[in-house]
Design a protein around this ligand. Sequence first.
Ligand code: LLP
Length: 388
Amino acid sequence: MINTPFYYYDLNLLDKTLQSIDTNIKGNPFKVHYALKANAEEKILKIISDHGFGADCVSGNEINKALECGFNHNEVVLAGVGKSDNEIRTAIDNNIHSINCESIEEIRVIAEIAQKEVNIALRINPNINANTHPSITTGTSKDKFGIPTQNLWEAIEEIKKYPNLNFIGLHFHLGSQITDMLPFKKLSDEVNSIQSYLISKEIKLPHLNMGGGIGIDYNSPKDNPIPNFEDYFNVFKTHLNVLENQTVHFELGRSIIGQSGSLISKVLYVKNGANIKFAIIDAGMTDLIRPALYNSFHAIENISSDRGNETYQVVGPICESTDTFGNALLTDTNRGDYLKIFSAGAYGQVLSSNYNLRDSPKSIYSDQYQLDEILLEQNERKSKNKHM
Ligand code: LLP
């Protein structure tokens, strides 16, 4: 018997998603780096590295994990506003593609730590609003990320002081869950003007990194399982002036793995509150914190029943009032039913915690079990009236 709650990954959908990216970047000097922070399950990382993508890391441990899972060191980048000296050493020792510096002070620290030549890029904060949730906006002047555009030349002068630093690129990232393409157009315009300025100073960089951020459809995951990569990449194909021999990097996280993962949980109790019916499930904010943290919506379905229609507030077992997945219109829901919480592949399992000393949710993959098989087994147990 498989214990709930667990994350279920549809590898077929992951494969189709990766292929859709390939189709949309074909023929362009584009390279995709997967943002490990979205989901760092080994099996998933191996699939994505086998597919030929690079890795975007934000910690020394992510670098090590990426290398263990087959990513090529030369296709690994490290960003992060507060890299520790040890993390910088990990990046240097492994000869990664580039360290993306987020402050002028960091440039000096990297130069001092490195006893050899090292590739660095500058992460620039372009001050563009991504029109997304404020908690996942990173590219405005209020945010801690990157070096303000007006300090770019000062940063370049700093790099020039250190002969062991190779300045190889510029990095930008506006934020996450961006569904409006206009911010990406604005970003392209801004990068074009920065590039013209650099060309006037006789600087031509081999790499541009436009970050990640394309959103997924949380409202209708079944209708739109694959993000609209066509519109996303078209913005850059149309508006970004790419120089000769220049490569453009993208670091996508959510859009690659978000829809392929769901959280499967069992209903423990159904309770009539004063005004609302609660479906109390065995997954909580410790398994998927996004609703509690950002008030974010995840579609929920009762996959054990297909009759009736009623609104339930789906809540977890944790002693916190924010431990709720919101209201959902579900089919008739009873103890022992399975609920599927959609679009949980990105920033789901990675953000799980052991609060209340709870177990970490496990991963089940579609090449091991089909969800139907798991349901069937459960129904047999239910019909024999066994405890869950
Ligand atoms: N590059 C950088 C520098 C980033 O900070 C991020 C995400 C990405 C790439 C990948 O962005 P994506 O393609 O996944 O949007 N926990 C939040 C999301 C935090 C995103 C952090 N940075 C959530 O659950 O919505």
